[in-house]
Design a binder for this molecule. Structure first.
Ligand code: ADP
Ligand code: MG
Length: 667
């Protein structure tokens, strides 16, 4: 049987079952074979009941006194006593009413579950149950039983049967990747392991195989990119140096290095595709600006696309200040007036640098000669939006993407393949560290007097709340309530608020007033998070700080500490007196890359990179943290390309790679 055969060909799968499996994305034998166990039960390790200790346990026992109880809120409990020669223990199943009728009295079953002390006695909760005689009779080799993730009404036991029905096929599975032998063994060991080590090794083989497809896709995209041609941009390096020398401050080494990398990329006829990754406040905008200067000097136009109007406007203002008459800069957002005229200027090449929002990519925006496209906060844009910007050039332009979400170095290979990355891991000189303090809700007095002191020095304050108003049951801080309190508390200062439900013109107005120093205290939800730069703001208060992820706290804190004055971040921990690990970490570190590593450990990759819209997230077997396997896969990819294999001759592989090529948008 072919791996591409439909699942209906498996013994035991009729039309009804097939329908449920289809809904779960399982169509072919391959899909079924790759529905891997989520865990294993090891019946060899069955213990006497009298020897059990809390934790994961396996026992061989008879069932007594089984009772079903219907509780409130649709909760159904099935309780029983498990007994072997050594003793007895209680067991309980939640919402599994079929358990009440499952057992033959007098027969032995294997139970595998977690034993813990609760409701005044030890019990095993939600154990799996397998008829011992079935298992003991035929399982001389199958000592270890897989547990499959259920799909709809199809349970682990059913998957076990289906997989058993195609056992012989699995043993004959051909390799997917030339030069990477052992797929049949790996699949066999995952489904029918003789030891847990064998199962683990099998899984690693399959994870490597998956990473191979991902990394090959990234490499092929890159190779495609290398075939494209665009205009080489040769800036005047002397002029660039003179310009840099005249800046009121020194570039950081990281900025210097990144600018140099970009300049060199742009000198090629192969379009640049570089990611500029920098911690908050590391000065990405300046690197982008210098790149635009180089492009303009060579006669090409540049465009910077930002996710919000506030941010685009701020970039336009700060770059106009930076360049004076040197560059002709235009701002193009939804609320720009005289758009048709402006667009004419852009089309005629009378503008060197266009800074804008999504308004940049509407159909009627045309460039005379777009040579460099820059996307700020790139993870906030979708694939289509990025492509639309690129399509504004006559040939593929040079592309610089920027992000303030630090990706731990350990993950770069898995996430970006061999995409070119420049890293700003250094803050400009003269920045003072942001004094960060965890505050308990009963001891905010000191915080408020420190804030008063900052206000007296004409500095500004952000106060971040979780909610907009007090609807709903939760006790979390709300913008509306805090605005009232704070206005009352500081009658001599201007207090304003900002949240996501306001019209974008209103939001812009408030943000502009705040950046002009006309608002002293801004009470807001997390909408201030994106890139806004107000160097005069020195205090960031985050109410209910325990409710946020580490990376988000770091981003929020990064709104202050942008000038040369000392800054403060107060994290109000409302939930309990003991601060969470997250809060303690953010209190002690200001290194975004370090915090990203910690966040990754605490929350797992899905949470953290959910916003990256990247193919890596579609991994089913591997995780992006499998760095060892990623390197193994990367070597296999290099070998594959060096030895000149033609992917098209490997149907299954090319299907897998194509899927990732479509998803791998950064490459
Ligand atoms: P981010 O990387 O978070 O986008 P910005 O580009 O907004 O950071 O820069 C933050 C602030 O640092 C801005 O006020 C900018 O003018 C300033 N800045 C950038 N580079 C330097 C430097 N080399 N020395 C001093 N200040 C700098
Ligand atoms: Mg920025």
């Amino acid at each position: 049987m072919d791996l591409a055969a439909p699942i209906q060909e498996v013994k035991g799968i009729g039309p009804k079952t097939a329908e449920i499996l289809h809904k779960a994305g399982i169509f072919t034998l391959r899909d079924l074979v790759y529905h891997l166990p989520r865990d294993y039960e090891n019946f060899q390790q069955a213990q006497k009941i009298s020897d059990l200790k809390p934790g994961n346990v396996v026992v061989k026992a008879k069932v007594e006194d089984i009772k079903i109880r219907r509780m409130r809120r649709n909760l159904i409990l099935v309780e029983a006593t498990l007994r072997d020669k050594s003793g007895a223990i209680k067991t309980i199943w939640f919402n599994q009413p079929y358990r009440a009728k499952q057992f033959d009295a007098g027969k032995d079953y294997y139970f595998s579950g977690t034993m813990a002390f609760s409701y005044g006695h030890y019990q095993i909760s939600n154990p799996s149950a397998t008829l011992a005689e079935d298992y003991d009779a035929k399982a001389s080799t199958a000592k270890i039983q897989p547990v499959y993730p259920a799909r709809g009404s199809i349970k682990s036991q059913d998957f076990k049967k289906f997989i058993n029905a195609i056992k012989n096929n699995i043993a004959l599975t051909p390799d997917m990747i030339p030069n990477y032998e052992g797929r049949a063994d790996a699949l066999f060991d995952v489904h029918f392991p003789e030891t847990l080590e064998a199962a683990k090794a099998g899984r690693e083989y399959l994870a490597t195989e998956e990473l191979f497809s991902l990394l090959l896709a990234a490499r092929l995209n890159r190779e495609e990119n290398q075939k494209l041609r665009t205009q080489a941009i040769h800036g005047d390096m002397d002029e660039l140096k003179t310009f840099i020398a005249k800046l009121p401050f020194q570039l950081t080494n990281a900025q210097r290095r990144a600018t140099w990398e970009i300049v060199q990329d742009m000198e090629q006829e192969i379009p640049m595709n570089r990611l500029l990754q920098g911690d908050v406040g590391s000065g990405k905008t300046l690197v982008a600006a210098l790149s635009c200067l180089v492009a303009a000097q060579s006669g090409a136009q540049a465009a910077i696309m930002a996710p919000t109007e506030v941010l685009a406007t701020q970039h336009a203002e700060s770059l106009s200040k930076l360049f004076g008459k040197k560059l002709r800069i235009a701002l193009l957002t939804g609320s720009t007036k005289h758009k048709p005229e402006l667009k004419k200027h852009i089309k005629n090449g009378e503008v060197d640098l266009v800074i804008g929002t999504h308004a940049l990519i509407t159909d009627d925006t045309e460039f005379r000669n777009l040579g460099l496209a820059i996307i700020d906060e790139q993870h906030r844009f979708g694939v289509m939006q990025r492509q639309k910007l690129l399509a504004k050039a006559h040939t593929m332009p040079h592309l610089l993407s920027m992000t303030a979400t630090p990706i731990p170095r350990s993950l770069q290979l898995t996430i970006f393949g061999d995409l070119s990355v420049s890293i700003l891991d250094e803050l400009p000189a003269g920045r003072q560290p942001i004094t960060t303090k965890i505050i308990s809700p009963n001891s905010t007095k000191q915080m408020w007097s420190a804030i008063e002191n900052e206000l007296a020095h004409k500095h500004q304050v952000y106060y971040i709340c979780k909610k907009i108003d007090d609807k709903g049951a939760s006790e979390l801080s709300s913008v509306k309530k805090e605005v009232q309190k704070i206005t009352h508390q500081f009658p001599n200062y201007n207090v304003a608020y900002l949240h996501g439900k306001m019209k974008s013109t209103e939001k812009d107005e408030i943000m502009t007033l705040f950046s002009n120093g006309e608002i002293d205290i801004l009470v807001s939800t997390t909408v201030v998070e994106v890139g806004v730069n107000v160097p005069n703001a020195t205090v960031m208060v985050i109410a209910d700080a325990d409710q946020y992820g580490l990376s988000q706290l770091h981003q929020l804190r990064g709104r202050v500490g942008r000038g040369s004055d000392a800054s403060y971040c107060y994290l109000i921990n409302s939930n309990s007196d003991t601060p969470t690990r997250r809060l303690r970490e953010i209190e002690r570190s200001q290194d975004g890359f370090y915090l990203a590593e910690v966040d990754l450990k605490l929350r797992g990759p899905g949470e953290l990179y959910g916003s990256l819209q990247h193919g890596a997230l579609d991994l089913r077997i591997a995780t992006i943290t499998d760095t060892k396997l990623a390197h193994r896969a990367d070597n296999l990819v290099k070998q594959f390309r060096q030895e000149g294999y033609n992917m098209l001759e490997y149907k299954e592989l090319s299907d897998a790679v194509r899927k990732y090529q479509r998803l791998t948008t950064l490459n």
